[in-house]
Design a protein around this ligand. Structure first.
Ligand code: WT7
Length: 630
């Protein structure tokens, strides 16, 4: 049911206008159900209650796997590429993937896992990660994948928040020339995670690790004991499928919850339409499965569509900066989806790395995660896409489950730095400070969505009130994204970045509060404030303003100590790029740090700091500027 041209595109938009329910029911009809739904949609954005296809019964893995077996069973489902270019790649067909998933489902069942139990996955980018995700879904367990770059503390926080019963991990993970000691980190986390009954460990790096008797089991040994036959659990359309943590402006990370049918329908619909997936295409998304992009566009979207999805274990610069392009050539990649930060860093390495390879197989290029600057866009289009492959700039979020705003490749026109238009079925709008929709073109405001779509998050795990407060209370009746947006004279959307205290660094979503609390652990630190500043490669760099009890004797030492604390409490991705030691922070009378001012100073914009009249002590700003200019 892919939209194949502009006429069909406009027809779809028209169909949605006439009846949103019918529009989505038509998409839902193309899937395998045990029982069809009683009601298409029931929603209330004030209470943040959203139900799609209530009463329907299904299992997402039957739609990813079983229904393809008779037609494309021998086609490669997952094409796995190892970190080390000399290690053999692995192609897993749909039939084989189905068997592996069933087998691991049986392992989980034999250890007492039941529908509704939460399972944490902390794994490298190996096929077993996809297998474990799908095995959870097959038996109705809720997966919570934690990115393998997170620290022990972040891991145990996430396990505890959802009271996970099991942890699936590996001895270690290869990333470039490094090994991440996953089991060692997991052991530290498990010391503080009493809800875990058992832990399954995949052997990947052959690192020497400590296994705890009666708690830890080897993946391979367990698999050997299991049958490859496992009937799929019948799930309610609204049963939880997974939890995925994302940073917030304040407080601890939020466990975003997605449910079964709506997520499935939208992941498939958006995948096939945005990338214009054609039967037989080789598709590669370079994200990690630890992020939503990997969930929706490495695993679920492509498998639901019967595609061949590439999974890459390594990093773009190992063994050298030509690695991505070597993989594209060797594997005849047709659709390639990556992040602006990768594009910028590879552009900076020079064109020789690109021109060594034949990239003619590429038909569609995608970008996601942060705004892409015009220069990077042009380089991507010219050097990678040979001036012909259309670029899709896809705006979406962990909370939206799938791509919300993007052109469809080759159907409606791309424009550098613009995500362009909402997909058919998505009612995005831009609102002013008072929440009034700005209906005209050539305006700038905040990005909202006014009507539910099937893959909208359903809640924050264990804290529905926080879900309401974060997304549905700033502009009652609308979902608020937290992003700023400019709509040009033709009505095209450009995302201008976060308007809250979330920082997007190299496409990773970081909460300022989390980083600050890690910094504040240092014995010499009284208080700190984190802001972003423009960074050539990362998009945003992390800038820390730090107040110390005693003036640090040696700034280099304390910088390293603070970054070690951040690595331990959050993860290395959140490390500070620039430190500024100050005597005070600009605060309002109510005690809120005015980050707007700190952001300007971090970007070396000293004039035009805006209204400072509500500051408790305006002199603080003068002092910070003096320090910053030193
Ligand atoms: C935030 C969501 C969605 C998968 C990856 C990130 C920013 C995302 C774009 C884009 C400009 C973008 C937004 C958004 N963002 N895509 N194409 N152009 N900004 O998911 O970690 O939930 O982050 O990423 O600021 O709110 P996430």
């Amino acid at each position: 049911m892919r939209i194949k041209n502009l006429t069909e595109y406009n027809k779809e938009k028209e169909k949605f206008k006439i009846s949103p329910e019918k529009f989505w029911a038509e998409k839902a009809d193309t899937f395998t159900w045990h029982k069809k739904w009683d009601e298409i949609l029931n929603w209330d954005f004030h209470k943040a209650n959203i139900n799609w296809f209530s009463g329907g019964k299904l299992n997402i893995t039957e739609n990813c796997l079983d229904r393809h077996l008779s037609s494309i069973g021998d086609q490669t489902a997952i094409k796995w590429i190892a970190n080390d270019p000399n290690e053999k790649n692995i192609d897993i067909t749909y039939i084989e993937l189905h068997q592996k998933v069933c087998q691991f489902s049986n392992v989980l069942k034999s250890k007492g896992i039941k529908k509704g139990d939460r399972i944490c996955l902390y794994m490298p980018m190996v096929p077993e990660l996809a297998v474990a995700v799908l095995a959870c879904a097959r038996i109705g367990a809720i997966h919570s994948v934690v990115f393998a770059g997170f620290s022990a503390k972040s891991l145990s926080d996430r396990i505890n928040d959802a009271s996970c019963k099991a942890l699936i991990t590996a001895d270690g993970g290869f990333r470039g020339s490094k090994i991440t000691p996953l089991k060692e980190i997991a052991n530290e986390a498990l010391a503080n995670s009493p809800s875990i009954d058992f832990c399954i460990v995949l052997k990947r790096t052959n690192s020497k690790i400590e296994m705890v008797k009666n708690r830890d089991f080897w993946w391979d040994e367990e698999i050997k004991k299991s049958s490859t036959n496992c009937p799929a659990e019948s799930m309610d359309a609204e049963d939880k499928l997974f939890i995925l943590y994302t940073s917030g402006s304040t407080g601890k990370p939020k466990g975003i919850v997605h449910s079964t049918a709506g997520y499935m329908i939208y992941a498939q619909y958006s995948f096939e339409n945005v990338f214009q997936y054609n039967e037989g295409d080789i598709y590669w998304c370079t994200a990690d499965i630890g992020w939503i992009t990997g969930h929706s566009y490495i695993i679920y979207g492509p498998l639901l569509s019967g595609a061949t999805t590439v999974m890459f274990e390594g990093v773009p610069t190992y063994p050298d900066a030509g690695r991505f392009w070597e993989i594209v050539e060797k594997n005849n990649i047709n659709i390639f989806y990556t992040a602006p930060t990768a594009i910028r860093s590879l552009e900076a390495m020079g064109n020789d790395y690109v021109r060594k390879y034949n990239l003619n197989s590429l038909k569609v290029l995608g970008t996601v995660g942060e705004p892409i600057n015009e220069d990077a866009w042009n380089w991507y289009f010219k050097e990678i896409g040979g001036n012909t492959a259309p670029i899709v700039d896809t705006w979406w979020q962990t909370e939206t489950g799938g791509i919300m705003i993007s052109n469809l490749a080759g159907i409606n026109k791309a424009k550098a730095t613009f995500a362009t238009l909402p997909l058919p079925g998505i009612e995005a709008c831009v609102v002013d400070e008072n929440g009034e929709e700005m209906k005209k073109n050539n305006i700038e405001g905040k990005l909202c969505i006014k009507f539910p779509w099937p893959s909208i998050a359903r809640t924050i795990y264990g804290d529905h009130q926080r879900f309401i407060n974060t997304y549905f209370s700033a502009f009652p009746g609308k979902y608020f994204s937290g992003d700023g947006c400019y709509k040009n004279k033709d009505g095209l959307f450009r995302i201008t970045g976060r308007v809250d205290d979330v920082l997007i660094v190299s496409g990773h979503n970081l909460g300022t509060a989390e980083i600050e609390s890690a910094i504040d652990e240092h014995e010499n630190v009284c208080e700190s404030a984190i802001v972003g500043y423009p960074h050539q490669i990362k998009g945003n760099g992390v800038f820390a303003y730090v107040i110390c009890h005693h003036k640090p004797k040696d700034e280099k030492t304390i910088n390293t100590e603070i970054n070690n604390l951040i690595t331990r409490h959050v993860g290395p991705i959140a490390k500070v790029d620039k430190f500024l030691y100050v005597e005070g922070l600009p605060k309002t009378r109510s005690g809120k740090i005015m980050r707007r001012i700190l952001r300007k100073i971090a970007s070396k914009e000293y004039s035009n700091l805006g209204d400072t009249s509500t500051l408790l002590d305006p002199n603080v700003v003068e002092n910070i500027i003096l320090e910053s200019k030193k």
